[in-house]
Design a protein around this ligand. Structure first.
Ligand SMILES: [Zn+2]
Ligand SMILES: [Zn+2]
Length: 456
């Protein structure tokens, strides 16, 4: 099964195309403006269209496509599969004889060029070996996502949705999902609007992805339209941070919803979001061992101060003064999985002169650095992650041409390149708990999708 993304933006503009996915040569999921890039000969090969919902960015290409391929459709009508409500909307507002001809009755009602087939939620429908399974999702109009099964492969597409309890259990029913595409249409800053419009934003998606029992990889590309930059900031800059409590109860994250970056907490299901910090600019939340405290950096007149705040309630204090041992280094970027070691960016005065980027490891409870590693100038130590077994620090190196993940064993042996991407950047990444897979926020252009695929 071949999957080709013809479009995934929310609107048009140079280089932007709205949602349409080509499965092999003969099936479309959604029929946004992206299908306009297909040659006429390619359009003529399409036999089936599975629609997620009636919104224009998912159906806009349909009327002109049918017109263009009309001659060949006389012999083989186009089969359109959609929810009853979607079909009703298309009949009433698109193929209504006013906006466009009613092609379900042309050229003659007994042999039209398009036929509508209402889908049944959850039921499987086979098209020459490829099985489509529509799943109810939560959008502002009746909407579905699709699981497409072929041989032992599974491709899942969320369509437009916000947080839901219907799609994720279905995904978990499969032993593995090979490719998963899920929307993220709004930046965290517009969280309320995202919920009103029935879309995910990065923080609500981050919570729902936790419902997956698979260990997927995640590529997150930029949001579409005018919000694209902001999503990149949310996900990709040093200001972004996300940490899950050791007991899985809370997620802490950075929100810029009010302008300046602050640390927020929410329940694992996304409920009860609560702002924890109220300073000028706070970033990089990391749960401390035990899960009672969250460390973070507060930027005060250009300088970082490492503080900690109780996750439940209470006031923040300065981390390196508060700790009994007094040895907590500043600028923590991660605590080892066993809570014994801390990785941090050494203060400038402790660095050898003329040295570039470095990352250091010390015991969590104090003392001098055990090791200091020199990193290439292109490395992003602030976004480093401990490997799940605690044996290495992993970080992004972005050559400008392509970003890849590297691993620096803490025993001091030479660093190793883990991924081999030839293009695009990585904004953020995390390890699955079993250490077998990497989740990555990658960006190449202007899209509104997250792609999760089986990395093994
Ligand atoms: Zn929509
Ligand atoms: Zn849409």
């Amino acid at each position: 099964m071949r999957i080709k993304i013809l479009g995934c933006s929310g609107g048009v503009g140079a280089g932007l195309r709205t949602t349409s996915i080509l499965i092999d040569d003969d099936i479309l999921i959604d029929a946004g403006t992206g299908l306009g890039d297909l040659a006429l000969a390619e359009l003529r090969q399409i036999r089936h269209v599975f629609l997620t919902h009636a919104h224009l960015d998912h159906v806009a290409g349909l009327p002109l496509f049918i017109d263009a391929a009309f001659d060949s459709l006389v012999a083989h009508p186009l089969e359109i599969h959609a929810r009853v409500e979607t079909i009703e909307a298309l009949r009433a507002h698109m193929f209504n004889g006013i906006v466009w001809p009613d092609f379900s009755k042309l050229p003659v009602p007994s042999a039209p060029v398009l036929r509508f087939h209402p889908i049944e939620l959850g039921a499987r429908l086979e098209v020459a070996g490829r099985v489509f399974r529509p799943i109810d999702v939560a959008h502002s109009v009746p909407s579905v996502g699709y699981c497409v099964e072929f041989a032992d492969k599974v491709f899942a597409f969320s369509g437009d949705t916000m947080s839901n309890h219907t799609l994720w259990p279905v995904l978990n029913d499969y032993p593995k999902i090979d490719v998963f595409i899920v929307e993220v249409s709004f930046p965290n800053r517009l969280q309320t609007l995202a919920r009103t419009a029935g879309h995910y934003c990065p923080s609500s998606l981050a919570v729902d992805i936790d419902k997956l029992t698979h260990d997927p990889d995640i590529w997150i590309t930029d949001a579409d339209g005018k919000n694209q930059k902001q999503l990149t900031v949310d996900l990709g800059s040093n200001f972004f941070g996300l940490s899950v409590s050791p007991d899985g109860r809370y997620t802490v994250f950075v929100s810029q919803s009010g302008g300046p970056a602050h640390i927020w907490r929410m329940d694992a299901d996304g409920g009860n979001p609560r702002q924890l910090t109220f300073g000028k600019w706070e970033i990089n939340p990391v749960f401390l061992p035990g899960g009672q405290w969250v460390s973070y950096a507060e930027l005060v007149s250009g300088k970082g101060v490492q503080r900690r705040i109780p996750i439940e309630s209470g006031t923040a204090d300065v981390l390196d003064r508060a700790d009994a041992n007094g040895g907590i280094p500043r600028d923590i970027v991660g605590i080892s999985p066993d809570g014994q070691l801390v990785a941090f960016i050494p203060p400038r005065d402790q660095k050898t002169p003329n040295k570039g980027k470095q990352i250091a490891i010390a015991r969590y409870d104090g003392g001098d650095p055990i090791r200091v590693f020199d990193l290439p100038a292109e490395a992003a130590p602030r976004r480093m992650q401990w490997s799940p077994d605690g044996s290495a620090l992993t970080y992004i190196i972005d050559s400008g041409q392509a970003a890849n993940i590297w691993s620096q064993p803490i025993d001091g042996s030479p660093p190793r390149q883990l991924t081999d991407f030839k293009s695009s950047t990585i904004h953020y990444f995390a390890w699955s708990r079993d250490g077998k897979q990497l989740a990555m926020a990658r960006g190449t252009g202007t899209n509104d999708i997250v792609l999760i695929s089986n990395f093994r």
